[in-house]
Design a protein around this ligand. Structure first.
Ligand SMILES: Nc1ncnc2c1ncn2[C@@H]1O[C@H](COP(=O)(O)OP(=O)(O)OP(=O)(O)O)[C@@H](O)[C@H]1O
Ligand SMILES: [Mg+2]
Length: 275
């Protein structure tokens, strides 16, 4: 596996208030190291507050860790100047849990998807329009008018817009922070299938943060388990799920109400049952 991202010994420390005149610091990430290969989907699981989002922010350059380094495509992202960092960040994108919060409700769908293209510059208006239409088609929303706003869309459609926006600058890595947990179960599967298809067609790598181990089993090649700012276990998804080594992972798997394995897809020749 050729690595796309290598993070070494990341330490992220936050100042916490300890009352009058007292501040202390807490290490939220404690010497965290991880790799993401080209074309790989890596799951990141762990309890709330374990540091998953903080880790995602450090590896995408949105936060600067106190210690450690991040090599993205062979470049040390925290050693770059502002301009270089901006350029490097275009090769990474993030999709968040709630598209109604992460996307500006005042923007039209066109503006939402075109914005990263405009910020990056050097694209003619006509090419931009073509690219936006193309991105809408890629996420299965070719029929939705670009003049609409995200508030008029369903949760699944809105998340598709967030994905289109993330794809705009042809990233190599997309960090998905709980991308389906705010959606209805039936819609979750559609979004996951879209992500799988896009990964293949766009040569993407994913870091997928989730609380849902069924989601991990469904799309992740590898899984990383975090607890209290430390990676306690990582490995091939199937190995970790069937033979967890760490007590915390075992607890996580036991405490997950397991959904039955979905039946294989129906053939077209099946007679559709009413209702
Ligand atoms: N900017 C900040 N300043 C101080 N503390 C922070 C900051 N951001 C996060 N923290 C703390 O760091 C810890 C880890 O937060 P983080 O958001 O990374 O957890 P998480 O694993 O993503 O949780 P969740 O599953 O709930 O999203 C939490 O205790 C949080 O309160
Ligand atoms: Mg989080």
């Amino acid at each position: 596996m050729i690595e796309l991202l290598i993070a070494n010994n990341l330490v992220k420390r936050f100042r916490t208030s300890g009352g009058f005149f007292r501040t202390s610091t807490t290490d939220i990430l404690k010497q965290v190291s991880l790799n993401i290969g080209h074309g790989e989907t890596v799951g990141l699981v762990g309890e709330s507050g374990s540091g998953k989002t903080t880790l995602a922010r450090c590896i995408t350059g949105m936060l600067t860790p106190e210690e450690g380094d991040v090599q993205f495509d062979g470049i040390d992202i925290h050693a770059l100047n502002r301009q270089q960092k901006k350029h490097c960040r275009q090769a990474m994108a993030m999709v968040y849990q709630n598209p109604y919060l992460s996307l500006n409700p005042h923007f039209t769908l066109y503006e939402l998807i075109a914005e990263p293209l405009e910020t990056a510059g050097n694209m003619r208006e006509r090419d931009r329009q073509e690219r936006v239409a193309n991105l809408m088609a890629q996420v299965g929303l070719a029929d939705i008018p670009l003049t609409q706003r995200v508030t008029t869309l369903s949760g699944g459609q809105a998340q598709r817009i967030a994905i289109a926006r993330a794809l705009a600058l042809k990233p190599k890595l997309i960090v998905l922070d709980e991308p389906t947990s705010a959606l209805d179960v039936s819609v979750q599967a559609q979004i996951l299938n879209l992500l799988v298809a896009l990964k293949e067609s766009q040569n993407l790598s994913y870091l997928l943060i989730t609380h849902n181990l069924d989601v991990v089993r469904y799309i992740c090649d590898r899984v990383i388990v975090m607890s209290e700012g430390v990676i306690v276990e990582q490995g091939e998804t199937e190995n970790v799920m069937t033979d967890p080594q760490h007590a915390y992972t075992q607890l996580l798997i036991q405490s997950t109400p397991h959904l039955p394995t979905p039946p294989p897809p129906k053939q077209d020749t099946d007679t559709a049952s009413p209702g």
